[in-house]
Ligand binder design. Structure first.
Ligand code: UD1
Ligand code: CA
Length: 427
């Protein structure tokens, strides 16, 4: 059965207190919250609809530039989560498959979980399934209210809940699976007579019950996955949870993480066995790191980085969009950006690939052949190529290509004025 996803991303995110960035474009380790949600569904749905509203243009640009299969649909004004979903009704008028609804502010949910959720929906012959979980502190989440026979009754938002309902610990994860053909008419019938004056998506549960449809809840065991981000505090907490999960996964796969408390590694990074990640290292975006590498302490990989086997990226080294081939060392205090480094290269301390021209705003590439040795404190002004086996003397400012096996040296000859100091002092 065809599955389409609807991702709610139009809300203002008032509690983030952000002037310039809509909530769903805030980032964790170099990836936006919305990016996490889209990545989690893109492999098993045929199309994604992202509902945009607040800062619509920014969210639209993000989606267009990064996700081919996703469409954006404008919700203006933003009258609630139910109103948001109703915006796709014209797009899905003749559609009769499944619709998976998610929120753009819930980045921790895993792809496997979503697939399992859809399978559960199918296996129950459900018309409408909502994901729930148990939170020790359910504050601010919608509460799942059940009948005495334990079947679903409705969802009540915190602001509409009685003290008795507030005590309920089963909460709405904000993820739903619907047989579109059967549920779509709900969206014309939602009411906004609640504490927030909004059209709540959560009301489709009681609507479905009133229509005698088969409405179910899927209770997620690992409640961490549906942690929603509403504030900066939540953002930091979610980042920590995600990072912990990533580090555990790397360690299980044979990577040494010397200090998990100070190390950050994005989920889109692959790391080979026996690589050691030293403390205070920050690895964001998409990267591939080979086997037997030593990364850090205090290294920063900013995405688009490919590090082959037996490579050292040492302390205070920043790497962005670069390939570092095997047996190469970038030991200390360097910036390697928009670069390709061959095998067996040694990059001296303090070497910079000057990749950016601030006047033209153009970024250019540095290409370094196998077995090249770059002396300490050199600046390689891109575009530039240093061919196989060449050496660059310490302090080199390299503005032209250096042919293979040659020495490039740009410093003026050393002068030693003997007894100069003594003369100055009149001795
Ligand atoms: C919502 C649920 C709540 C659930 C929680 C899970 C409702 C009414 N409440 O509450 O039961 O426990 O998520 O995290 O659905 N949005 C729009 N358009 C709007 C309003 C919101 O697109 O008009 C989007 C937001 O950008 C956000 C998502 O919908 O991505 C959820 O909205 P939010 O305001 O965060 O809802 P919660 O109060 O967290
Ligand atoms: Ca939320």
């Amino acid at each position: 059965m065809d599955i389409k996803a609807v991702i709610l991303a139009a809300g203002k995110g008032t509690r983030m207190k952000s002037v310039s960035t809509p909530k769903v474009l805030h980032e964790i380790m170099g990836k936006t919250l919305l990016g996490y949600v889209l990545d989690n569904v893109k492999n098993f749905v045929s199309e994604e609809f992202v509902i945009v509203g607040h800062h619509a243009q920014d969210v639209e640009n993000f989606v267009k530039n990064n996700y081919d299969n996703a469409k954006t649909v404008l919700q203006s004004p933003q009258l609630g989560t139910g109103h948001a979903v109703s915006m796709v009704c014209p797009e899905l008028e003749n559609y009769d498959g499944l619709v998976l609804i998610l929120c753009g502010d819930t980045p921790l949910v895993k792809e496997e979980t979503l697939k399992e959720f859809v399978e559960f929906h199918k296996s129950q012959n459900s018309d409408l399934t909502v994901m729930s979980t148990i939170f020790e502190d359910p504050t601010n989440y919608g509460r799942i209210i059940r009948e005495t026979d334990n079947s679903l009754k409705c969802i009540v938002e915190e602001k509409d809940a009685t003290p008795e309902q507030k005590a309920v610990k089963e909460v709405n994860a904000g993820i739903y699976c619907l047989n579109w053909g059967k549920i779509k008419s709900a969206f014309g019938q939602l009411k906004s007579n609640n504490a927030q004056g909004e059209y709540y998506l959560t009301d489709i549960i009681s609507w479905g019950k009133a229509q005698n449809l088969n409405v179910n809840a899927y209770i997620l065991q690992n409640s961490d996955e549906i942690y929603g981000i509403n504030s900066r505090l939540n953002l930091a907490q979610a980042a920590k949870m995600m990072n912990r999960r990533n580090l555990e996964h790397y360690m299980e796969d044979g990577v040494t993480i010397v200090d998990p408390d100070s190390t950050w590694i994005s989920e889109d990074t692959q790391i080979g066995q026996d690589t050691i990640i030293y403390p205070a290292t920050y690895i964001e975006g998409k990267n591939v790191i080979g086997k037997n590498c030593k990364i850090g302490p205090c290294a920063h990989l900013r995405g688009g980085v490919e590090v082959c086997d037996n490579v050292k990226v040492g302390n205070f080294v920043e790497v962005k969009k670069a390939k570092i081939s095997s047996n190469t060392n970038v030991g200390h205090l360097s910036y390697i950006g928009d670069a390709e480094l061959g095998e067996g290269v040694n990059i001296g301390a303090g070497t910079i690939t000057a990749n950016y021209n601030p006047l033209t705003k153009v970024k250019s590439k540095t290409v370094i052949g196998d077995n090249v040795k770059i002396g300490s404190n050199s600046v390689l002004v891109a575009p530039v190529a240093i061919d196989e086996g060449a050496n660059v003397g310490a302090g080199g400012i390299i503005t032209k290509n250096v042919p293979a096996w040659s020495l490039a040296i740009t410093r003026s000859p050393l002068k030693v004025l003997e007894n100069w100091v003594k003369k100055q002092l009149g001795k």
